[in-house]
Every structure is written in C-alpha cells, then in structure tokens.
Design a protein around this ligand. Structure first.
Ligand SMILES: Cc1cc2nc3c(=O)[nH]c(=O)nc-3n(C[C@H](O)[C@H](O)[C@H](O)COP(=O)(O)OP(=O)(O)OC[C@H]3O[C@@H](n4cnc5c(N)ncnc54)[C@H](O)[C@@H]3O)c2cc1C
Length: 406
C-alpha cells in the first residue's frame, strides 16, 4: 500500500508514524525547505503539545464541532500520545498540572521522535515539494512538474495561519479540487484591534481576569482570562481565545461591538455594594484611588474619567457618575472591533474542510474513498493551551492507521 501524506506538521507526522508502522509504504511531502516548521516554533519553541483535560472536556472547548473528534481522542488519547513520546526518548511533563511540554522544552524533540519512528519503518520525507494538483486515482503533481502516484492520500496541510511558519491555503485548494467544501475561514488565536483609541493608550497594561463578550441570550459568546492592552487593541488569552468567533461575527456586520468587563468575576451587584461601601467609608479619598484597589492606576483613572468622576471624592460621588461606573464595571464597556488578525499573525485558523464530508471514525473522505484528512485543515478550532497539537496528533494517528489498515 503506497500512501502519500501532504504536510509534515504534527498531523502529517503522526499519520506517517502510524501508517508506516502498519506496513504502508509512506512518503511525506513538505513544501517548505524544512520539516515541521510550525510545530518546531510552537509554544515559544517548547511545544505545549497537550493538556490534562479528558476527551469530553477537551471536545467542549471546540464548540459545536468538537464532537467530531470523539473517535480520534478515544482511540489515541493523551495516555497514548505520552507513551508514544516517552517510548521514543522524549519524556514529558505537565508541571503546572495542565499544560504538557517535553521535559527538554524543545519542540524539535517532538518532531524528531515522530520522524525517527516513521523513518525506522521506511517512511521517506521530502522537503521543497509543493503539491499543486491532485486527481483521483491518485495522481499528484508537484510545482516542479514531477508527477507521483499513490493508492491513498492523507491531506495534512494545516491551515492559512502564520504564513512565515508554513500557513497556506494550498491544502484547502487541493480539497476543493476533488470536490470537498471549505467553510469560510477566519484568523483565530489572533490579536483583536479596537477602534476606541483610549484602549491603545494603555498598551502594555494587563488585567488578570477580564472578560470580553458579544451577543445576547443563547447567542451570547464570551471568554475571560488574562487580557493584554496592545498598541492596536487587545491580546492575551482572553482576547485570543475569542478572536475567531469575533472575526466570524464581525464579518457579518459593518460596525461590530463587543463588551469589555475589566473584572470577570465582579457582577453589577458587587459594584453596587462596593460603591455604596466606598461612599460610606471612603470619606475624602478620591474615587479613582478607591477603584485602583481593583485595577492598575492608569485604568482606574480612565474609568473615573469616563464616568465624570476624575476628581470626585468618595463621600460626594454624584448619582449619575455612580450609575455610569456600575454599568461600565459590571455590565461592560462597548468597544468597536476594527479587525482581527491578520491571518499571518494568527496562531490558528477558524473554518476549513467541512466536517460532515469526513467520516470521524476513520478520517476518510465520504466523497473520495482513499482520501484522508487530519489536523488544522479541518473545520475545528479551540483555545490556547495545547489543544491544536493534541487534536492534530490524535487525528493524525487515526488517519494514518485507517489509511494503512482499511
Ligand atoms: C506561533 C505559533 C505557536 C503555536 N503554539 C502552539 C502550542 O504551543 N500548542 C498547540 O496546541 N498549538 C500551537 N499552535 C497551533 C499549532 O501549531 C497548529 O494548529 C498545528 O501545527 C497544526 O498542525 P497540522 O499538522 O494540521 O498543520 P501544520 O503544522 O500547519 O503543518 C502543515 C504542513 O503542510 C505543509 N503544506 C501545506 N500545503 C502543502 C502542499 N500543497 N504541499 C506540500 N506541503 C504542504 C505546510 O508547509 C506545513 O508545514 C501554534 C501556532 C503558531 C503559529
């Protein structure tokens, strides 16, 4: 059985190791001059390849599409990935109790472990080999004009995010060439630009547990966590994790607003009580000094300025300023989204090959028998924290095993 795998990211590597170990004759084609470029840069070069969540908790973090991963995560769970790495001389640990890294803190060790394993079973890796055409049968054409044939093909081409590290739409185009549907794509795990200039004026500040949200009722979409103020808007896990959803929602409206709550856990009631306490006990203290118990001074000053309370003393805070402060801090401040990304600064892509066209039990196309998919090329995106690589590895193992054995 001759299998060609397009892409040498974590999905392609896991597929190669699994298919080669199951007796297939494997060739991996990579368009970049080096293998696994994005994987080797991941997690700041340390590769946060997984986390401690159970498959059920893990899938929930990918939203409605997450259930698609069930078979891959159950057949090739965390324990399997960890054992695979440790058996291939890459000890791993989750020192903070959540994020898994190689003990060496070298992402390259993870890439080498997979490559060595696949190569030991005869897999061939070719760089500078861009697949530009695919026809059924299978026949592949490289940008050099070279033609290759295979019994089965695994598309593990990743998504468009971070082009410097190999992100490209070439895989999506190959999928479309053979009749697959690609859903709308957006940058995810990307910075969010905000129109209101007061936000960028605080570039460099961070809040430990802020919230961003949009929509109402069942359509409400929200996230919380550390939020960084940047020269153009927001970054940090709170903004990054919601960025794909913001990008998708913002693309449908001319002027799109999100709500920013500087402290996620404090509700309107909390601020009502707190400002009442402040009025009684703060005496001649400035309101902004009291509010600075909760936020960096510059932000406390900004909130008071927005509530016309810059120079107000606690004992004489006007009712209108008090109401504004409660609304801003408890319900949130409306901000206009100026953009998300761009894609070449995004760590992931939202959207991709439509999941209903793939069999989740095998990762085989429901349209073209013998064609398999794995990794970020599929319409699945999760938050920061080892989600994307774990999915690429488990899905890659399933695709490689299925292609070699079915
Ligand atoms: C800076 C950064 C840091 C990250 N850190 C983490 C992290 O710590 N933890 C985590 O879980 N996720 C992280 N991610 C996300 C994660 O790296 C990706 O989701 C993951 O690499 C996707 O794996 P993949 O195998 O599907 O695709 P990729 O890793 O993108 O690999 C696909 C490969 O296919 C090649 N290719 C594409 N088209 C063709 C073609 N036509 N012919 C030949 N080759 C082709 C590409 O050049 C690429 O090398 C990070 C992303 C970035 C950008």
């Amino acid at each position: 059985m001759k299998i060609i795998i397009i892409g040498s990211g974590p999905a392609g590597l896991a597929a190669a190791a699994a298919a080669a170990e199951n007796g297939a004759q494997v060739t991996v084609l990579e368009r970049m001059p080096e293998l696994s470029v994005k994987l080797r840069a991941s997690g700041g070069g340390k590769c946060n390849f997984s986390n401690t969540l159970s498959p059920v908790e893990f899938m929930e973090k990918f939203g409605r599409n997450g259930r698609f991963m069930q078979d891959a995560l159950n057949r090739f769970p965390n324990e399997f990935l960890i054992r695979f790495l440790e058996e291939n001389n890459v000890p791993v640990s989750a020192d903070d109790g959540f994020h898994y890294f190689p003990v060496s803190e070298r992402a390259a060790d993870i890439a080498s472990a997979f490559r060595r394993k696949a190569a030991a079973h005869g897999a061939i890796f070719r760089t500078d080999s861009t697949v530009v055409d695919i026809s059924l049968g299978f026949q592949l054409e490289l940008s050099s004009g070279e033609k290759l044939t295979a019994d089965k093909v695994i598309l593990a081409c990743g998504g468009k995010a971070f082009s410097n590290l190999g992100g490209t739409d070439r895989g999506l185009k190959l999928a479309e060439m053979v009749g697959h549907t690609v859903t709308e794509t957006y940058p995810a795990l990307a910075p969010v630009q905000i129109q209101e200039t007061w936000v960028s004026a605080h570039a460099g500040l961070s809040l430990p547990d802020a919230a961003l949200e949009f929509g109402k009722g069942r359509n409400k979409c929200s996230g919380h966590g550390e939020l960084l103020f940047t020269h153009k808007g927001f970054s940090g896990p709170c903004a990054l994790n919601l960025s794909g959803n913001i990008a998708a929602a913002a693309s449908k409206e001319e002027s799109f607003q999100i709500r920013f709550r500087p402290c996620w856990k404090h509700s309107v009631e909390f601020w009502q009580n707190e400002l009442e306490l402040m009025r009684k006990e703060g005496k001649i203290k400035l309101v902004r000094t009291w509010i600075a118990k909760y936020f960096p001074h510059a932000l406390a000053d900004r909130f008071c300025e927005m509530a016309d309370a810059s120079e107000s003393r606690c004992c004489e805070l006007k009712g209108s300023s008090r109401d504004k402060l409660i609304k801003m801090l408890g319900e949130g401040i409306a901000l206009t989204v100026a953009g998300v990304g761009p894609m070449n600064c995004a760590m992931a892509m939202k959207g991709g090959v439509k999941l209903s066209e793939i069999n989740p039990k095998t990762m085989e196309s429901r349209i073209i028998p013998g064609l398999y998919f794995a990794g970020e090329i599929l319409d699945l995106d999760g938050p920061c924290g080892g989600y994307h690589i774990r999915w690429a590895l488990s899905g890659g193992f399933l695709a490689g095993t299925s292609a070699a054995t079915l």
